[in-house]
Design a protein around this ligand. Structure first.
Ligand code: CP
Ligand code: NVA
Length: 301
Protein backbone atom coordinates (compact mmCIF):
# COMPACT_ATOMS: atom_id res chain seq x y z
CA UNK A 1 0.00 0.00 0.00
CA UNK A 2 1.65 3.25 -1.19
CA UNK A 3 -1.22 5.72 -0.97
CA UNK A 4 -4.78 6.02 0.30
CA UNK A 5 -6.59 7.47 -2.70
CA UNK A 6 -9.82 5.47 -2.46
CA UNK A 7 -10.97 2.44 -0.50
CA UNK A 8 -11.43 0.39 -3.67
CA UNK A 9 -7.62 0.28 -4.06
CA UNK A 10 -7.25 -1.61 -0.76
CA UNK A 11 -7.74 -5.33 -0.24
CA UNK A 12 -9.85 -6.67 2.61
CA UNK A 13 -6.59 -7.74 4.32
CA UNK A 14 -5.09 -4.25 4.02
CA UNK A 15 -8.21 -2.70 5.53
CA UNK A 16 -8.19 -5.19 8.41
CA UNK A 17 -4.53 -4.53 9.03
CA UNK A 18 -5.20 -0.75 9.28
CA UNK A 19 -8.11 -1.38 11.68
CA UNK A 20 -5.99 -3.67 13.86
CA UNK A 21 -3.22 -1.09 14.07
CA UNK A 22 -5.81 1.62 14.82
CA UNK A 23 -7.10 -0.45 17.76
CA UNK A 24 -3.55 -0.85 19.03
CA UNK A 25 -2.78 2.87 18.70
CA UNK A 26 -6.00 3.73 20.52
CA UNK A 27 -5.05 1.37 23.35
CA UNK A 28 -1.55 2.84 23.59
CA UNK A 29 -2.86 6.40 23.69
CA UNK A 30 -5.43 5.60 26.38
CA UNK A 31 -2.68 4.00 28.46
CA UNK A 32 -0.25 6.88 28.10
CA UNK A 33 2.28 4.93 26.03
CA UNK A 34 4.65 7.24 24.14
CA UNK A 35 4.07 7.07 20.37
CA UNK A 36 6.54 9.69 19.17
CA UNK A 37 8.94 7.04 17.88
CA UNK A 38 6.60 5.95 15.07
CA UNK A 39 7.13 8.93 12.73
CA UNK A 40 9.86 10.97 14.40
CA UNK A 41 10.95 13.90 12.26
CA UNK A 42 8.47 13.25 9.43
CA UNK A 43 6.48 16.09 7.91
CA UNK A 44 2.88 15.73 6.70
CA UNK A 45 1.61 18.45 4.36
CA UNK A 46 -2.14 19.00 4.70
CA UNK A 47 -3.78 20.69 1.69
CA UNK A 48 -7.35 21.91 2.18
CA UNK A 49 -9.48 23.33 -0.65
CA UNK A 50 -12.66 22.78 1.40
CA UNK A 51 -13.60 23.40 5.05
CA UNK A 52 -12.88 20.87 7.78
CA UNK A 53 -12.94 20.42 11.54
CA UNK A 54 -12.46 16.67 12.19
CA UNK A 55 -10.12 15.85 9.33
CA UNK A 56 -7.84 18.81 9.97
CA UNK A 57 -7.66 18.36 13.74
CA UNK A 58 -7.28 14.58 13.65
CA UNK A 59 -4.43 14.66 11.11
CA UNK A 60 -2.72 17.54 12.90
CA UNK A 61 -2.98 15.91 16.35
CA UNK A 62 -2.29 12.47 14.87
CA UNK A 63 1.01 13.27 13.14
CA UNK A 64 2.14 15.28 16.20
CA UNK A 65 1.42 12.39 18.58
CA UNK A 66 3.42 10.10 16.29
CA UNK A 67 6.45 12.37 16.59
CA UNK A 68 6.03 14.10 13.24
CA UNK A 69 5.10 17.61 12.14
CA UNK A 70 1.97 18.91 10.34
CA UNK A 71 2.09 21.70 7.79
CA UNK A 72 -1.24 23.24 6.78
CA UNK A 73 -1.65 24.63 3.26
CA UNK A 74 -4.90 26.28 2.29
CA UNK A 75 -5.91 26.53 -1.32
CA UNK A 76 -6.26 30.30 -1.11
CA UNK A 77 -2.95 31.05 0.61
CA UNK A 78 -0.72 28.77 -1.47
CA UNK A 79 0.21 28.84 -5.14
CA UNK A 80 -2.23 25.95 -5.70
CA UNK A 81 -5.08 28.45 -5.54
CA UNK A 82 -3.29 30.64 -8.11
CA UNK A 83 -3.13 27.78 -10.58
CA UNK A 84 0.26 26.11 -10.05
CA UNK A 85 -0.17 22.73 -11.78
CA UNK A 86 -0.59 19.70 -9.57
CA UNK A 87 2.33 18.00 -11.36
CA UNK A 88 4.67 20.72 -10.09
CA UNK A 89 3.19 20.91 -6.59
CA UNK A 90 3.60 17.15 -6.29
CA UNK A 91 7.27 17.22 -7.27
CA UNK A 92 8.12 20.16 -5.00
CA UNK A 93 6.38 18.73 -1.92
CA UNK A 94 7.99 15.33 -2.53
CA UNK A 95 11.43 16.91 -2.10
CA UNK A 96 10.59 18.54 1.23
CA UNK A 97 8.07 16.40 3.10
CA UNK A 98 7.23 12.76 3.76
CA UNK A 99 3.50 12.62 3.11
CA UNK A 100 0.57 14.65 1.74
CA UNK A 101 -3.02 14.68 2.91
CA UNK A 102 -5.39 16.49 0.57
CA UNK A 103 -9.06 17.52 0.72
CA UNK A 104 -10.35 18.85 -2.55
CA UNK A 105 -13.11 18.64 -5.18
CA UNK A 106 -11.89 16.43 -8.05
CA UNK A 107 -10.70 12.88 -7.38
CA UNK A 108 -8.36 13.32 -10.37
CA UNK A 109 -6.35 15.96 -8.48
CA UNK A 110 -5.62 13.45 -5.70
CA UNK A 111 -4.73 10.72 -8.19
CA UNK A 112 -2.43 13.16 -10.05
CA UNK A 113 -0.63 14.20 -6.85
CA UNK A 114 0.18 10.55 -6.26
CA UNK A 115 1.15 9.99 -9.88
CA UNK A 116 3.57 12.90 -10.19
CA UNK A 117 4.95 12.92 -6.65
CA UNK A 118 7.09 10.34 -4.91
CA UNK A 119 5.66 10.43 -1.37
CA UNK A 120 2.43 8.87 0.01
CA UNK A 121 -0.82 10.73 -0.70
CA UNK A 122 -3.90 10.43 1.53
CA UNK A 123 -7.37 11.42 0.34
CA UNK A 124 -9.01 13.53 3.06
CA UNK A 125 -12.27 13.80 1.02
CA UNK A 126 -13.15 14.53 -2.57
CA UNK A 127 -16.52 14.85 -4.30
CA UNK A 128 -16.13 11.16 -5.15
CA UNK A 129 -15.14 9.54 -1.87
CA UNK A 130 -14.06 9.83 1.77
CA UNK A 131 -11.92 6.77 2.61
CA UNK A 132 -10.51 8.08 5.93
CA UNK A 133 -14.01 8.54 7.30
CA UNK A 134 -15.03 5.02 6.33
CA UNK A 135 -11.97 3.49 8.00
CA UNK A 136 -13.06 5.20 11.23
CA UNK A 137 -16.64 4.02 10.62
CA UNK A 138 -15.53 0.41 10.17
CA UNK A 139 -13.41 0.65 13.31
CA UNK A 140 -16.45 1.90 15.25
CA UNK A 141 -18.76 -0.79 13.87
CA UNK A 142 -16.29 -3.49 14.88
CA UNK A 143 -15.92 -1.96 18.37
CA UNK A 144 -19.67 -2.11 18.93
CA UNK A 145 -20.61 -5.26 17.01
CA UNK A 146 -17.48 -7.40 17.36
CA UNK A 147 -17.18 -8.32 13.66
CA UNK A 148 -18.62 -7.48 10.23
CA UNK A 149 -19.80 -10.77 8.78
CA UNK A 150 -23.53 -10.97 8.26
CA UNK A 151 -24.23 -7.36 9.31
CA UNK A 152 -26.44 -5.08 7.25
CA UNK A 153 -25.40 -1.45 6.78
CA UNK A 154 -28.11 0.92 5.56
CA UNK A 155 -27.35 4.39 4.20
CA UNK A 156 -30.21 6.90 4.08
CA UNK A 157 -29.33 9.94 2.01
CA UNK A 158 -27.55 11.33 -1.00
CA UNK A 159 -25.49 8.99 -3.18
CA UNK A 160 -22.48 11.18 -2.40
CA UNK A 161 -18.83 10.69 -1.42
CA UNK A 162 -19.88 9.00 1.85
CA UNK A 163 -22.28 6.61 0.13
CA UNK A 164 -19.64 5.70 -2.47
CA UNK A 165 -17.01 4.88 0.16
CA UNK A 166 -19.40 3.14 2.54
CA UNK A 167 -20.60 0.83 -0.22
CA UNK A 168 -17.06 -0.22 -0.96
CA UNK A 169 -16.18 -0.62 2.72
CA UNK A 170 -19.31 -2.63 3.47
CA UNK A 171 -18.93 -5.00 0.54
CA UNK A 172 -15.21 -5.55 1.19
CA UNK A 173 -15.89 -6.41 4.82
CA UNK A 174 -18.73 -8.79 3.97
CA UNK A 175 -21.64 -6.60 5.10
CA UNK A 176 -24.92 -6.26 3.22
CA UNK A 177 -25.48 -2.71 1.94
CA UNK A 178 -28.78 -0.96 1.31
CA UNK A 179 -29.39 2.64 0.34
CA UNK A 180 -32.47 4.84 0.31
CA UNK A 181 -32.00 7.88 -1.93
CA UNK A 182 -34.23 9.94 -4.22
CA UNK A 183 -34.23 9.09 -7.92
CA UNK A 184 -31.48 11.03 -9.64
CA UNK A 185 -29.27 11.09 -6.53
CA UNK A 186 -27.87 7.56 -6.70
CA UNK A 187 -24.23 6.70 -5.92
CA UNK A 188 -21.62 6.28 -8.66
CA UNK A 189 -22.99 3.96 -11.38
CA UNK A 190 -19.77 1.94 -11.74
CA UNK A 191 -19.63 1.35 -8.01
CA UNK A 192 -23.25 0.17 -8.01
CA UNK A 193 -22.40 -2.38 -10.72
CA UNK A 194 -19.37 -3.51 -8.73
CA UNK A 195 -21.33 -3.79 -5.46
CA UNK A 196 -24.08 -5.82 -7.15
CA UNK A 197 -21.48 -8.18 -8.56
CA UNK A 198 -19.32 -8.53 -5.44
CA UNK A 199 -21.79 -8.20 -2.59
CA UNK A 200 -25.36 -7.93 -1.38
CA UNK A 201 -26.56 -4.52 -2.61
CA UNK A 202 -30.04 -3.01 -2.73
CA UNK A 203 -31.37 0.46 -3.53
CA UNK A 204 -34.78 2.13 -3.18
CA UNK A 205 -36.26 5.53 -2.31
CA UNK A 206 -37.96 4.46 0.93
CA UNK A 207 -35.89 4.75 4.14
CA UNK A 208 -38.16 2.33 6.06
CA UNK A 209 -37.76 -0.36 3.42
CA UNK A 210 -33.99 0.13 3.18
CA UNK A 211 -33.60 0.07 6.98
CA UNK A 212 -35.43 -3.24 7.45
CA UNK A 213 -33.35 -5.49 9.73
CA UNK A 214 -30.30 -3.25 9.48
CA UNK A 215 -27.62 -3.48 12.16
CA UNK A 216 -26.12 -0.09 11.33
CA UNK A 217 -27.89 2.98 9.98
CA UNK A 218 -25.87 5.80 8.44
CA UNK A 219 -26.77 9.20 7.11
CA UNK A 220 -25.11 12.37 5.84
CA UNK A 221 -26.11 15.88 4.76
CA UNK A 222 -28.46 16.45 1.84
CA UNK A 223 -26.13 19.02 0.25
CA UNK A 224 -22.38 18.45 0.41
CA UNK A 225 -19.60 21.02 0.28
CA UNK A 226 -19.62 22.61 -3.15
CA UNK A 227 -23.38 22.02 -3.62
CA UNK A 228 -24.53 25.08 -1.66
CA UNK A 229 -26.42 26.48 -4.64
CA UNK A 230 -28.51 23.29 -4.94
CA UNK A 231 -29.66 23.57 -1.31
CA UNK A 232 -33.28 24.55 -2.06
CA UNK A 233 -33.80 21.94 -4.80
CA UNK A 234 -32.26 19.27 -2.60
CA UNK A 235 -34.43 20.16 0.40
CA UNK A 236 -37.42 19.35 -1.78
CA UNK A 237 -35.94 16.14 -3.24
CA UNK A 238 -34.78 14.76 0.13
CA UNK A 239 -37.79 15.73 2.28
CA UNK A 240 -38.62 12.08 3.05
CA UNK A 241 -35.04 10.80 3.04
CA UNK A 242 -34.54 11.12 6.75
CA UNK A 243 -33.90 8.92 9.79
CA UNK A 244 -36.67 9.25 12.34
CA UNK A 245 -38.21 6.91 14.89
CA UNK A 246 -40.16 4.98 12.27
CA UNK A 247 -36.99 4.24 10.31
CA UNK A 248 -35.13 3.21 13.48
CA UNK A 249 -38.00 0.85 14.32
CA UNK A 250 -37.60 -0.93 11.00
CA UNK A 251 -33.97 -1.68 11.84
CA UNK A 252 -32.91 -4.46 14.24
CA UNK A 253 -33.39 -3.75 17.95
CA UNK A 254 -30.13 -2.22 19.22
CA UNK A 255 -29.14 -0.96 15.76
CA UNK A 256 -26.42 1.68 15.69
CA UNK A 257 -26.67 5.09 14.06
CA UNK A 258 -23.55 6.64 12.56
CA UNK A 259 -23.01 10.05 10.95
CA UNK A 260 -19.75 11.43 9.57
CA UNK A 261 -20.69 14.92 10.85
CA UNK A 262 -21.36 17.80 10.65
CA UNK A 263 -25.07 16.99 11.08
CA UNK A 264 -28.12 19.01 10.09
CA UNK A 265 -30.62 18.10 12.79
CA UNK A 266 -34.19 17.99 11.52
CA UNK A 267 -33.02 17.27 7.96
CA UNK A 268 -31.24 13.92 7.44
CA UNK A 269 -31.94 12.84 11.04
CA UNK A 270 -34.31 14.00 13.76
CA UNK A 271 -32.87 15.74 16.82
CA UNK A 272 -34.08 13.07 19.24
CA UNK A 273 -32.74 10.11 17.27
CA UNK A 274 -29.39 11.83 16.81
CA UNK A 275 -29.06 12.53 20.54
CA UNK A 276 -30.08 8.98 21.47
CA UNK A 277 -27.11 7.75 19.43
CA UNK A 278 -24.68 10.54 20.30
CA UNK A 279 -22.32 8.19 22.18
CA UNK A 280 -21.58 6.01 19.17
CA UNK A 281 -21.48 8.98 16.79
CA UNK A 282 -18.86 10.80 18.87
CA UNK A 283 -16.88 7.57 19.34
CA UNK A 284 -16.94 7.43 15.55
CA UNK A 285 -15.61 11.01 15.38
CA UNK A 286 -12.84 10.17 17.87
CA UNK A 287 -11.91 7.11 15.84
CA UNK A 288 -10.92 9.40 12.96
CA UNK A 289 -7.81 10.12 15.02
CA UNK A 290 -6.88 6.49 15.66
CA UNK A 291 -7.71 5.21 12.17
CA UNK A 292 -5.75 7.98 10.47
CA UNK A 293 -2.77 7.51 12.75
CA UNK A 294 -2.77 3.90 11.59
CA UNK A 295 -2.83 5.07 7.95
CA UNK A 296 0.03 7.49 8.60
CA UNK A 297 2.14 4.76 10.21
CA UNK A 298 1.38 2.28 7.41
CA UNK A 299 2.30 4.78 4.69
CA UNK A 300 5.06 6.90 6.19
CA UNK A 301 7.07 4.65 8.50
N1 CP B 1 -16.45 14.05 8.79
C1 CP B 1 -15.52 14.93 8.37
O1 CP B 1 -14.71 14.67 7.47
O2 CP B 1 -15.54 16.10 9.07
P1 CP B 1 -14.80 17.46 8.68
O3 CP B 1 -15.44 17.98 7.43
O4 CP B 1 -15.03 18.35 9.86
O5 CP B 1 -13.35 17.18 8.45
N1 NVA C 1 -20.84 14.63 2.13
C1 NVA C 1 -20.23 15.61 2.99
C2 NVA C 1 -19.28 14.95 3.93
C3 NVA C 1 -18.61 15.88 4.91
C4 NVA C 1 -17.66 15.16 5.83
C5 NVA C 1 -19.52 16.66 2.16
O1 NVA C 1 -18.83 16.30 1.21
O2 NVA C 1 -19.68 17.85 2.44
Amino acid sequence: MKHLLKLADLSREEILSILNLADQLKYERKNGIDQTGYLKGKTLIMIFSKSSTRTRVSFDVGITELGGHPLFLSNSESQIGRGEPVQDTARVLSRMAHGIMIRTFAQQEVEDLARYGSIPVINGLTDYCHPCQVLADLMTIREYKGSFRGLKLCFVGDGNNMANSLMVGAVKMGMKFSIACPKGYEPDAKLIEWAKREGDFSMCDDPVEAARDADVLYTDVWASMGQEEEKKVREEAFRNITIDREVMKAAKPGAMLLHCLPVHRGEEVSEEIFEEHAEEIFDEAENRLHAQKAVLVKLMK
